[in-house]
Design a protein around this ligand. Sequence first.
Ligand code: ZN
Length: 244
Amino acid sequence: MRIAIISDIHSNLAALEAVLADAGNFEEIWCLGDIVGYGPDPNECIDMIRRYPHIAVAGNHDWAAVGLVETVYFNPDAAAACLWTGQQLTMKNKEYLRNLPVTLEREESTLVHGSPRDPIWEYLLDEEQANANLRYFHTKHCLIGHSHIPLVFSYGDEDKNGECQMIDLPISGRLDLTRTQLIINPGSVGQPRDGNPAASYAILDVERRMLRFRRVYYDTRKTQEKMRLLGLPPRLAARLSFGL
Ligand code: ZN
């Protein structure tokens, strides 16, 4: 079974379409949250994901768009885009976002948006945090999003006395899931922040227990032009060119 693991789509339909085309044949989508926020196509992105067999967890932007959390923690551009998103969403899609769970377990992975101990808000970016989060999930691996940065933490490496370490993304893109326990962030589909503007996601091969990181170039100008016409904050459009 092949699974497309996607996160932080942020209403960027051009990026989502490119990722799903690149993924080819897959049986399911696992979505790690923030389908909406920032970008121009909130309903279209939800509708697209709902066309596939999928599971999804809630992100902070998904909740903010339907009023489940305040936008006081958002910067002004994010808050403005969030307000606009809430005005666009159909009743059906609002209902869909409201009903997303915060945590899911599937196969040998726990799925959350932020982190296992704080699924909506924590940006899990360093080894200390990864160590502290270990006791908050009970599957072999944990899949996270939220920071928009593809990364991997590995536990239990004998060289490190079982302490967690951040490991480099494999040059081949292929990550072996059979060995140590891992926390994995596939990066962001719709607003990458690691200096590479290409959409980021991963493909999981369940039987072979192999994960593959992928980057896909898409027409950023298409999304930027839509954002300009809709009057969304110019800085949110500009950053897509740089992956920042
Ligand atoms: Zn996000």
